[in-house]
Write a protein of this length. Structure first.
Length: 365
């Protein structure tokens, strides 16, 4: 799957863009604040129904406009689009269409377009605490394990009820009931995540050999399910029952899971340079993209924002090797052409664009 024609209206500083993208490789060049990241954000929104830059969808709306629209025609002649309509500062409704037919869920779009992104903010997977790592893993699960979304919604509902019991110091049969269903739901989520992490680890090894060959065999992903793996969740909750009642919320369970990225048994962020860390993030994202392709039979779209940051000439050469292997549409942004020179293929199977004040123009083909 690749985007052929992309149309964006009234999203951030992009008032109106209509562009024909290359099916393989695209470079978007422009100064900071020119609209490069906004273009990637629009594509990401089309695939996920949310931004990778802000948790508030109203931040995507251009000033003094009532709606924004993102639509695309794929290489398989699938026409899809999203229009977000606002009343004041709050979103009123969302219009989703695929080939002219109205849809009600973004998950339908996700089955047709699988978007992965790497940005300078992606380093939060190392430094931002477990929340960022949970988000990355669950984003992949959303695409690869189609049942995960429903299981997670059900788990979140159960967790909310159990926490309400703990907060109000409710005990007896009511807390017992919500604890029992909480244990069952946690185990379902934990099993799905464990299976996915195993698949991701296997796929990651291939991309590490391309991008971090010197340490590829020493890097592992450690999965922490959210409670002591040597004990059942029932036993753990029994052991800490009084403490949970004192705190007023669930201290263990699937909501507390984490993953650690280890090199020779220690956290990689303390051992790899900033450039190597970015190559690891790229390898991780490439691995996740290929897993999504394998399950959904939809080629992913990879977005790489500000490729020049942290990557020296040698690192960009390694990234170039990986892009040549990934066999999907890749869209790369950079401040200037020098940052992407080593990524430009000898054959002219790419397009290069310049963006300024939210307007896009072709530089070369």
């Amino acid at each position: 799957m690749s985007i052929g024609k992309l149309i964006i209206q009234d999203l951030r500083n992009i008032e109106s863009v209509s562009v024909e993208l290359h099916s393989d490789l695209n470079f978007i060049i422009g100064d900071n604040g020119s609209g490069k990241s906004s273009l990637l954000e629009a594509i990401f929104y089309l695939g996920h129904g949310k931004s990778f830059r802000s948790s508030k969808v109203e931040n995507l709306l251009q000033h003094n406009k009532a709606s924004f629209t993102v639509s695309a025609k794929t290489n398989k002649d699938c026409q899809m689009g999203v229009r977000k309509i606002f009343h004041g500062q709050s979103a009123a409704n969302t219009e989703i269409r695929i080939n002219g037919e109205k849809q009600t869920k973004f998950s339908v779009l996700a089955k047709n377009i699988a978007v992965q992104v790497i940005t300078p903010e992606s380093f939060k997977i190392f430094f931002g605490g477990p929340k960022q790592r949970r988000r990355f893993i669950d984003l992949g699960l959303f695409h690869v394990k189609h049942s995960f979304s429903d299981h997670w919604k059900e788990f979140s509902r159960i967790l909310k009820q159990r926490n309400a019991c703990l907060r109000s110091k409710t005990s007896g049969s009511t807390l017992t009931y919500w604890t029992d269903v909480f244990i069952d739901s946690s185990q379902v989520i934990a099993d799905l995540r464990a299976g996915y992490v195993e698949e991701l680890t296997n796929e990651l090894s291939y991309w590490l050999k391309i991008m971090l060959p010197s340490v590829s065999n020493e890097i592992v992903i450690q999965y922490l399910q959210g409670w002591n793996s040597k004990k059942s969740l029932f036993d753990v909750l029994q052991q800490y029952k009084d403490k949970e009642l004192s705190y007023g919320y669930s201290l263990f369970g699937a909501q507390k899971f984490d993953v650690r990225f280890l090199l020779n048994g220690a956290s990689i962020d303390n051992q790899l340079s900033r450039g190597q860390q970015k190559l690891f993030l790229l390898a991780l994202t490439f691995a996740q993209a290929k897993l999504i392709e394998r399950v959904n039979l939809v080629k992913p779209i990879l977005l790489i924002d500000d490729v020049g940051a942290e990557l020296d000439i040698h690192s960009r050469a390694l990234l170039n090797n990986a892009i040549a292997e990934i066999e999907c549409q890749v869209i790369v942004t950079a401040i200037d052409k020098t940052a992407v020179e080593q990524l430009v293929p000898q054959k002219e199977n790419y397009k290069m664009f310049h963006v300024k004040h939210g307007k896009l123009s072709v530089m070369s083909e």
